[in-house]
Ligand binder design. Sequence first.
Ligand code: COA
Length: 256
Amino acid sequence: MEKRQSNGIGFMAGKWPLTAATSTLVFIHGSGGSAQFWTAQVQGLVAKANTLAIDLPGHGDSQGDGHNTVEGYTAAIIEFLDHLDPPGPIPCGLSLGGAIAQQLLLDQPDRFGAGILIGTGARLKVLPAIFEAIRDDFEGFVGMITGFAASEKTAPAVIRRFQNELARCSPEVVNADFQACNQFDVMARLRDIRVPVLVVSADEDKLTPPKYADYLESVIPQTARAHIADAGHIAPLEKPRAVNQAIMDFLDSHRL
Ligand code: COA
């Protein structure tokens, strides 16, 4: 794996340089996360496609501030893609990253041949208690969000990785991320997505319950669905093999 920077955005690549003949999976993390969240995907899918995981502005190794709108993050990714120009980019996002992936597919319909949406929804209203905890007790927030985000069956070491990542992000940026989720709503626009989309849900996801994925699946015209057992909101970290298999099957079935 290679850690690099382009146009102020930090990213992790499964191989470098990228191969012109294959698509590029562009992994986008959720609120308070970083490219590290996707290590198992960046490594595990590199034989199949180019793999890039980015740090959103204000996160990980990226410069700049966090944004409190999905549009703000989307504009930053478009600039990054303009600069790097990876072959056949496929946005693949979790939660806030999934909102950004939807926005990319809607705003730049000719740029992407497919999309992958994991643990996300067309609308992402946030519990007021989450904002209160970020404001009043950030350590308490990290504990609370972990309780919501992971399955009870998930190993403590996996949960610690998630918590450590969150704790590295500033409360201001985490707050902006959740504000961006809270104002996101593309329910009325999803029909306009014209490329194949893989929708991934998990049976114990309390933050974006499977009914959000049901909606994505029913409204986006061309979808494939994968449902991950014994995982919560952070399924790519909790069940990397099952998530990677779903992505490989999707890429194979569409010759991507
Ligand atoms: N896809 C499909 N349906 C959705 C949806 C989505 N993305 N978002 C909301 N809905 C549905 C809800 O299920 C609800 O349907 P119901 O009336 O049949 O139960 C309806 O739309 C309205 O829900 P919502 O917009 O969420 O408003 P609310 O005031 O009822 O609830 C919360 C607000 C915050 C309590 C609720 O959204 C919630 O529990 N969210 C999950 C926890 C969270 O904070 N997640 C963070 C996401 S990043």
